[in-house]
Design a binder for this molecule. Structure first.
Ligand SMILES: [Zn+2]
Length: 422
């Protein structure tokens, strides 16, 4: 917890925590992490995209390595645990082993990914995509808010943009990837549990919907002759809420709604709104979308308005490996706790890493589910439980049990999705 406070000092603003990819504050944070890693008996370096890597040697150097980690970047005015916990907790566990003079059978790499949130270049998961071998070179032309291209930013950071491919791990060398992360939701707290095992990382569909009715004078057009686009959109918003409440495992949100012309005495002629649907299973998400489409068609029909829906973003769900879920569950039980499995509604580096290897995630309870906000908080006691669980997991983990079929089902060319900023 002290290390997390220390890391939060590496910020672009003195009062609010903001740490973007490839900034001087990122370099400062990387330096701090490398120091902690060295104190834990690890060799450290920066990879080709600015991820910090710490390598903890194993007794059998030829064994497949386990990768642990999370991200070092933050959103604007962030909380200090998102990402940081998943970088520092593994280092603390390995340090405990090192101080007892112990080594694991297998080597462990801890990676502090440089970019997950996508705040600087509007492209998320840059660090983990590069490690997973799923980095699109087109991304090098992405531009930040000041017109700086990713290519130039890498160079300014002392890296070679032509060498990005060198960050990639070879899949035969890797046994799996495990990420510890605050839940960023209220489920564990509501059930009074310190930790949980993630089953899948939700896939998402985002749509922009335009409803076309007919504008008219608020005083002269009688109610029975109106084609009110906002009244129709209101029914649609309620339909999204009802459908996602009816179908287990789905969540749906309308977060943006614009009314045109937007005058107090004019019947709204056009309304535009967003829909964000997420589910841990792609089948569930498709079912929700089908039902939403049917509901919109019924509203069109009844009200004589037109709906035009465009999908603006779509990512598949990433399933966590049943094998790693089982291993994490065993470690939780050994600590005398029940195993609670839960899906992740937010994106994580594990999504991109699923392209490379089997992935598992341990969620840690956070206060009131608040995240991406300075009020983000968790307790020292929960950090202790998470550390004991991870340490036990590491001690009992056997990379020899690795099964090449046990990968998340993400096709090679699939978009690894959005970071948890999304
Ligand atoms: Zn995160």
């Amino acid at each position: 917890m002290r290390w997390i406070d220390e890391l939060a000092e590496c910020s672009e603003h003195p009062v609010e925590l903001t740490r973007r990819y490839l900034t001087p504050e990122h370099a400062q944070a990387a330096e701090l992490i490398m120091e902690r890693m060295r104190e834990a008996g690890m060799d450290t370096w920066l990879d080709a995209v600015g991820n910090v890597i710490g390598r903890f040697p194993g007794r059998r150097p030829e064994a497949r390595r386990l990768i642990l980690g999370s991200h070092l970047d933050t959103v604007r005015n962030a909380g200090k645990y998102d990402g940081a916990l998943g970088v520092l907790l593994p280092i603390a566990c390995l340090k405990a082993l090192d101080e007892r003079g112990e080594r694991l059978e297998y080597p462990v790499d801890v990676i502090a990914f440089g970019d997950e949130e996508g705040l600087r270049f509007q492209a998320t998961l840059i660090g983990s995509r590069a490690v997973a071998g799923n980095f699109d070179p087109e991304l090098l032309t992405a531009v930040d808010g000041d017109g700086v291209r990713l290519r130039e930013a890498l160079r300014e950071f002392g890296l070679d943009p032509e060498a990005v491919a060198e960050a990639e791990y070879h899949r035969d060398d890797v046994a799996g990837y495990v990420e510890v992360h605050i839940e960023q939701g209220p489920v564990l707290e509501a059930e009074d549990r310190p930790v949980g095992v993630v089953t899948s990382i939700a896939g998402a569909t985002r749509m922009r919907v335009e409803v076309m009715g007919r504008a008219g004078h608020a005083g002269t057009v009688p109610m029975n002759l109106r084609y009110d686009a906002l009244a129709a959109a209101s029914e649609a918003v309620i339909a999204v809420e009802r459908i996602c409440s009816d179908i287990p495992g789905a969540v749906g949100t309308v977060g943006v709604l614009r009314t045109m012309p937007g005058a107090v005495n004019v019947i709204p002629g056009v309304v535009e709104f967003s829909v964000d649907v997420r589910a841990g299973s792609d089948g569930v998400r498709r079912r929700v979308l089908r039902r939403i489409g049917e509901a919109f068609a019924a509203i069109e029909e009844r009200r004589g308005v037109l709906f035009d829906s465009v999908i603006t973003h779509e990512t598949r769900a990433a399933q966590c490996s049943p094998w790693l879920m089982h291993c994490l569950g065993r470690a939780i039980e050994a600590e005398g706790l029940d195993v609670r499995e839960l899906p992740s509604g937010a994106g994580h580096d594990a999504m991109a890493m699923a392209h490379l290897t089997a992935v598992g995630m341990l969620f840690v309870r956070c206060k009131e589910g608040i995240s991406h906000h300075p009020a983000e908080s968790m307790t020292e006691a929960d950090a202790e439980v998470a550390a004991q669980v991870l340490l036990r997991f590491l001690e009992e983990f056997d990379p020899g049990e690795w099964d090449s079929d046990d990968r998340a089902e993400v096709p090679p060319d699939d978009d690894p999705g959005m970071g948890d900023g999304a």
